[in-house]
Design a protein around this ligand. Sequence first.
Ligand code: AMP
Ligand code: ZN
Length: 138
Amino acid sequence: MRDENCVFCKIIEGKIPSNTIYEDEEFKVILDISPASKGHALLLPKEHYADIYEIDEELLGRAMKLAKKLAIHMTEVLGCDGFNILQNNHEVAGQTVFHFHMHLIPRYQNAKNDDILMWNHESFTAEEFAEIRDALKL
Ligand code: AMP
Ligand code: ZN
């Protein structure tokens, strides 16, 4: 399953070049073209799913297992001090390529770009927290 207008599908098919660090039957892992840090990579399932809402859950489980393997490997090779795994869904959440992917972001002590994932905090009253909690309970 591919989307002919999708940049990641084109990368997977080899129509657009990429710096590939891992590939198997189901996944391709490439260096992000506009990295947040040295070694920032993107884990792409070869099948086109737009986002977390669409992706097959068994495949997602295997993606997470691979992310762990790569986090260990990349940390050893790069000597980074920490690691973020990030996954955006829909434009409002920062998604710009609508082919499911996971960002693998090595983090370095004393890095210039050390506020990669900083956000402003919202506040809620105890009643609001309770309302949110009750609405979300599964
Ligand atoms: P997101 O904002 O979560 O959708 O992330 C999309 C990511 O894809 C961004 O970090 C881009 O820098 C990256 N990206 C876009 N085009 C390419 C490309 N041709 N090769 C590698 N990374 C890309
Ligand atoms: Zn795609």
